[in-house]
Write a protein of this length. Structure first.
Length: 369
């Protein structure tokens, strides 16, 4: 269960810029017991609590800023209260932390401020673990907001070391993948920058945001955690592999297979790009409290009409901000009928709303898949 609660809650907005007075955060009560119980009763396996969003307000008493609960109208350390309840009720805990901080590091174009802010950020991560380790382990750190600066300016390795040195089992995910932006101070840096924001996404650009599998975006995952499986010996069928993740039941995301030490890619179409979403027949969004039908959208390309079986096919991409299983293809009307709802439904009309297909036998190639 994702809990997005903070100073913005009291201004009825999702984002802000750090200008709301700290005393306007004034909940009458923090009932962490009720929050965790709600998640548990709903069958959730873990909670992701927003520790700090883009405005920089901290749900704990931080030594490094006054823009926190300790200076507000309710001084309850929410991180500690939820961690304590997670231990008591047997719920796993994850934390969301925005890399982008519009209060402390508002001038993101000022490269000279990076060292000071990065130090601030790493110290806050230590603070969060100081609080939670008394009660429970953090199963995931979910980072966000990295699009505000080129990738090379974020202390990715420092974040990784800070967390993994204390919580080695913790999954590290970045909501917007930090790409290989050209570093003017590094002569070996790539010439092309892959810093792409949704509004500027064009056909052929690499998608930097994978809402379905960013929780596996742990670039330095320890090799010891990777298991080797003999499918023949264990009589396992590859078709039984299944992708789940953002907007879906809380289960494991993409399954990755290695053969002879080489990572196998899931057969997909297109191989290295995406295609535009066509006409939306069903968006998949509920209206007036009624249960919505599964999304249905059109395609213009000829290739999907050649697929004989889509029983085990998945589709992914920017539908609005989600993904789903495929269910069937209407080759006459060139429509794809999905078998899952997404969080935000399907939309068209924007350059980043694109899709691709995975797990298709017809798309097998000579290279390992």
């Amino acid at each position: 269960m994702f809990i997005h609660f903070g100073i913005n809650t009291f201004h009825d907005v999702e984002w802000s810029d750090g200008s709301f007075p700290v005393e306007t955060y004034a909940p009458a009560e923090i009932d962490a017991c009720q929050w965790v119980k709600t998640a548990k009763d709903a069958g959730m396996k873990y909670i992701i609590l927003v520790a700090k969003h883009h405005e920089g307000f901290c749900l704990w008493d931080s030594k490094y800023t006054d823009y926190d609960v300790a200076s507000s109208g309710n001084k309850t350390n929410v991180i500690e209260a939820v961690a304590r309840e997670c231990k008591r009720q047997g719920m796993k805990l994850g934390l969301y932390y925005s890399l982008w901080d519009r209060k402390v590091n508002a001038d993101v174009d000022n490269v000279e401020s990076d060292r000071k802010y990065n130090t601030y950020m790493l110290k806050q991560l230590d603070e969060l673990m100081d609080i939670t380790e008394k009660y429970t382990k953090i199963v995931e750190f979910w980072f966000d907001g990295s699009w505000a600066k080129p990738g090379y300016r974020w202390p990715v390795e420092g974040i990784y070391r800070t967390i993994k040195s204390r919580e080695p089992q913790c999954q590290i995910g970045i909501n917007w993948t930090i790409g290989e932006d050209a570093d003017p101070h590094n002569p070996n840096a790539p010439e092309k920058s892959y810093k792409i924001i949704p509004e500027e996404q064009k056909e052929g650009d690499p998608i930097r945001y994978f809402p379905s599998d960013f929780r596996l975006g742990d670039p330095l995952l320890l090799a010891s955690l990777i298991r080797e499986l003999d499918f023949k010996k264990n009589r396992m069928e590859l078709v039984a592999l299944h992708a789940t993740g953002f907007g879906r039941p809380s289960q494991a995301a993409w399954t990755e297979i290695f053969a002879d030490g080489q990572s196998l890619r899931i057969a997909r179409w297109p191989n290295d790009s995406t295609v535009m979403i066509g006409k939306i027949q069903e968006s998949g969004m509920a209206k007036e409290g009624k249960e919505a039908p599964f999304p249905v959208f059109g395609y213009q390309e000829e290739r999907p009409s050649s697929w004989k079986s889509v029983e085990n096919m998945w589709i992914s991409g920017y539908f609005a901000h989600g993904y789903a299983d495929d269910k069937s293809i209407d080759t006459i009307h060139k429509m794809i009928h999905t078998g899952q709802h997404t969080v935000y439904g399907f939309m068209t009309g924007a350059p980043w709303r694109q899709w691709f297909a995975l797990n298709l036998l017809e798309e097998e190639e000579t290279e390992p898949h």
